[in-house]
Ligand binder design. Sequence first.
Ligand SMILES: Nc1ncnc2c1ncn2[C@@H]1O[C@H](COP(=O)(O)OP(=O)(O)OP(=O)(O)O)[C@@H](O)[C@H]1O
Ligand SMILES: [Mg+2]
Length: 325
Amino acid sequence: MSGGTGGAAAPEIPPAAHRPAPSSIPHLESEHHVTLPFDTPVRAPELGPTGRPMPVIPEPKPVAHHGPARVVAMCNQKGGVGKTTTTINLGAALAEYGRKVLLVDFDPQGSLSVGLGLNPHEMDLTIYNLLMERDVALDEVVVESGIEGVDLLPANIDLSAAEVQLVHEVAREQTLQRVIKPALASYDVILIDCQPSLGLLTVNALTASDGVIVPLECEYFALRGVALLKTTIDKVQERLNPDLEVDGVLGTMYDGRTLHSREVMERLVQAWGDTVFHTVIRRTVKFSDSTVAGEPITEYASSSPGAESYRQLAREVLARWQHDA
Ligand SMILES: Nc1ncnc2c1ncn2[C@@H]1O[C@H](COP(=O)(O)OP(=O)(O)OP(=O)(O)O)[C@@H](O)[C@H]1O
Ligand SMILES: [Mg+2]
């Protein structure tokens, strides 16, 4: 130590009491300013990513037997918002909680089927045959998804013809409801992955469902079109399916580091209130990687935050359904 004054060296950082008073910082020069003792923890309330206090979401109770199923449509006419990703991963997470799940590919793009490793050109029977041919039974079309506890009703481009052909059918909006009826007794949850449109296939999905989940990408333009979706849901409720409920709006591709994502969440909560799930799905490349691998994220990257988010969503939907039951 240099200096050689003989006494203890002066500390380089002055003690707290000798630091400039906070009042020298202009925006704190307020008569309301309170100086807290140095080590008083300043705690913000525990707000979740939606800006609301995060509730405790209970662990789901195991089920003793399967059925009757709750049918849920994954619906948003905007493309690329996470409908298929949510169908696969929520389905897989519900199966981890012991639920028996049927995933219904109701999009002629067949992304759900491809995402689960099926080849669109090698499908003998698809949901198209089930919808259009009276002699085809559900059991003949359902395949194993490769995920334990999860089955799949596959689709491919043939389904686009059904949309045209159904127009001439009697009770055309109720066709899907009629053909999936035999599955209600043996599954706990049936998730329908809709195509990005509000056409006849989507109306069929809404008519067949007890609930709708609306995945919404956390970016500004995602909010456009939501009013039209709500009008469609209202019309189906009025005319075809009075029991249809909106189970929840799910923020996807959320990036908590950007003000933009947080603002979109805030707007969503303003518009839809508590319908917005407390769970949000963050943006991560793990989702596209797991699709390439043909696996749900809960298996591909089992302990990743994305997998955990879908497990939390599964707990949240089960709690909501139990509450409504
Ligand atoms: N949370 C996420 N973070 C990053 N990428 C994601 C996330 N969720 C989905 N994706 C990716 O975004 C793309 C679109 O997702 P997905 O296919 O699930 O949307 P979609 O709503 O089903 O689309 P479409 O309307 O075309 O059916 C996919 O490549 C998927 O891997
Ligand atoms: Mg899709």
